[in-house]
Design a protein. Structure first.
Length: 345
């Protein structure tokens, strides 16, 4: 962000928002910061991709725009008129594109971020809030905090009833996982490798936000200690062969289409046994792209792969239910086929 120009504008009185005579309320975000919000939230600026999903599912009528304009195929799985909102850019993370001037010009009632609550993000939130006068809330994006975070975000956005319904779904999904795992001994759970990128060599170390859904589903993430742990790192094919995962889950269609013929990959047990699965990715990925509420349907997808007998899921029905409840769209047979087309390869 253009901090110097923002500070100059602030000094000139151009960034600070005028005080409005309206009712306010004070809530505490996931980091313990007190946030003073208007009594009614009508315009929300999303800070990054996970916040886009959270805000769309809770209050898409209040979104001022997308971090990135959805592609035509993504728009098929999003409801109008939100799917056609303009691109407002990214405020947090790598590749941030939003200046403070642009943020203020959007005239939001608040900025919402969903994900990390580390000191780095707290510092950014405090700085932006101080320089613009726009309330900036941080919501914990960890998978384990999903239901709590949903309810908190819903309260901030003034969508408590909606948040209660979505939180109930999340609680049921997590309870279902626990019920299945109670019937599957630890030594019967699969060893899994998450293959990212066209070469399949980018992965998430055990404990990373990118793989926590796999671990929450009870599988063993074979990638451990790469890049110091908890990070996205590159693995070598030799390491993957040594790990010998039972299942490979990939986010990349190009890799999925050619893995069986790529030199050396047949030495990986999962590839030899045709246990490579392409995670659905519309309008958002079911594993970690981005790591947000979209992972809730991914959790049930993983259960159907890891423990098909114990889970006994009607995945087609579950997918339709989730897309209707969370995204407000009906999944036709054609759309369902495209979503669930990544059968074992």
């Amino acid at each position: 962000m253009k901090r110097r120009s923002a500070l100059a504008l602030l000094g000139a009185g151009l960034l600070a928002r005028p005080a409005l005579a309206q009712a306010t309320r004070t809530l505490v975000d996931s980091t313990g910061r007190k946030i003073t919000l208007p009594a009614r939230i009508e315009r929300v600026f999303v800070a990054g991709p996970p916040a886009s999903v959270l805000t769309y599912t809770l209050a898409r009528d209040a979104m001022v725009g997308w971090v990135r304009t959805p592609s035509p195929v993504e728009k098929e799985f999003l409801a109008a008129p939100a799917r056609d909102l303009p691109e407002t850019g990214r405020l947090t993370g790598r590749g941030d594109t939003v200046s403070l001037e642009r943020l203020v010009a959007a005239k939001p009632d608040m900025v919402l971020d969903f994900g990390s609550t580390s000191d780095t993000f707290v510092s950014l939130a405090n700085r932006v809030q101080e320089q613009t006068g726009i309330p900036y809330a941080l919501i914990d994006g960890r998978f384990a905090a999903t239901t709590t975070s949903l309810k908190l975000a819903a309260e901030m956005l003034g969508r408590i009833e909606r948040g209660t319904a979505l939180a109930a779904y999340a609680e049921a999904a997590l309870a279902q996982v626990d019920g299945v795992l109670a019937r599957v001994p630890a030594d019967k759970r699969p060893r899994v490798y998450l293959a990212r990128g066209p070469e399949g060599l980018e992965t998430g170390s055990r404990g990373s936000i990118n793989t926590e859904i796999i671990e929450r589903a009870g599988a063993v993430n074979v990638a451990e200690g790469l890049g110091g742990g908890g990070n996205i790192s590159n693995a070598s094919l030799e390491q993957i062969i040594a790990w010998q995962p039972d299942i490979v889950v990939t986010l990349d269609r190009d890799f999925f289409n050619v893995v069986a013929t790529k030199p050396g990959w047949k030495q990986v047990r999962a590839v030899a046994n045709r246990q490579v699965y392409l995670a659905p990715g519309l309008p958002w990925g079911w594993i970690d792209a981005p790591p947000s509420l979209n992972r809730l349907i991914g959790l049930r997808w993983l259960l159907s792969i890891f423990y098909p007998a114990e889970a006994n899921l009607d995945l087609k029905a579950e997918t339709r239910k989730f897309y209707d409840l969370f995204y407000g769209v009906a999944v036709t047979d054609d759309r369902l086929a495209r979503l669930l087309g990544g059968t074992a390869n």
